[in-house]
Design a protein around this ligand. Structure first.
Ligand SMILES: Nc1ncnc2c1ncn2[C@@H]1O[C@H](COP(=O)(O)OP(=O)(O)O)[C@@H](O)[C@H]1O
Ligand SMILES: [Mg+2]
Length: 255
């Protein structure tokens, strides 16, 4: 096996929240590697800090919550990076998609404005190039009647279409890493399959890596190259002295 260095390399990642009962360590000394082009599953039962873990990778933790450790990305440490520099990476090189698009999408802006914001922020395209790219992105994520749909608001989309719209927004910045936090959990089973297949196709087409958070082991088996298992303290986490949370990673296919 050849030595390939990871695209993203987290070491000693530690996320702590302040609560009325004192500090609670939600992510405790986690090491995690994400390789180029892979789909890494991040699994664990509900409440096992999967979402906190994913957000910690891009320091999307609100103060007074803190993130310690290192997350190496393109020669930079995301844990130490300035807010301004980190904002360029988030939604840019690393574009996250969420379980419930309705909370991630802006309800008062048409979809086109939300895609365009990303194109403006992360590309040098002029208005007509951006318009063309928006139409392409709608096609890539499988939203028909793009011309009309771009003018519509999130509430006019079905759950599956909303998730596709959120993926279009994420893709606008040509990300290299797509952290996806239970992107299909809120959807009907048949729609879940469609969105999963879409994400896998996009991974191939755009050579992205995907960190796929799910509690569904069936989904992991059918979609992920490797899996990391969150092992929380569950109720133990209430007591800071006995917090316990770490990850194990193992290959799923091929080894
Ligand atoms: N801002 C916060 N302050 C305190 N605790 C938090 C905060 N955010 C998340 N947590 C705790 O982290 C735990 C794990 O949450 P989460 O990552 O959403 O789990 P999962 O995604 O695995 O279901 C929750 O039980 C919650 O209490
Ligand atoms: Mg979660």
């Amino acid at each position: 096996m050849s030595e390939v260095s990871p695209l993203l390399k987290a070491r000693g990642l530690m996320t702590t929240f302040q609560t009325a009962q004192g500090p609670v360590t939600a992510v405790n000394a986690v090491d995690l590697d994400v390789y180029a082009g892979e789909v890494l599953g991040l699994v664990g039962e509900s409440g096992s800090d999967k979402s906190v873990m994913l957000r910690s990778l891009i320091r999307l933790i609100h103060p007074p919550g803190t993130v310690l450790g290192t997350v190496e990305w393109e020669g930079r440490n995301l844990v130490d990076l300035s807010d301004a520099a980190l904002r360029r990476i988030r939604g840019g090189e690393i574009a996250m998609i969420f379980q419930e698009p309705m909370t991630a999408l802006n309800p008062i802006l048409p979809i086109k404005v939300q895609i365009d914001e990303n194109l403006r922020a992360h590309t040098k395209m002029d208005a007509s190039q951006r318009r063309k790219r928006m139409m392409e992105l709608m096609d890539i994520v499988g939203i028909p009647a793009a011309e009309r749909r771009l003018e519509e608001y999130p509430h006019q989309f079905s759950g599956g279409m909303r998730q596709r719209a959120m993926i279009a927004i994420a893709l606008a910045s040509s990300p290299r890493l797509l952290p996806a936090d239970e992107p299909t959990t809120a959807l009907d089973v048949t729609i879940q399959d469609q969105i999963l297949n879409l994400i896998l196709d996009l991974r191939d087409e755009f050579s992205m890596s995907v960190v796929f958070v799910t509690h569904d082991l069936g989904v992991v088996a059918s979609t992920c190259d490797r899996v990391a298992v969150m092992m929380p303290g569950g109720s133990l986490r209430r007591h800071p002295s006995s917090t316990f949370s770490s990850t194990l990673t193992m290959p799923i296919r091929g080894g």
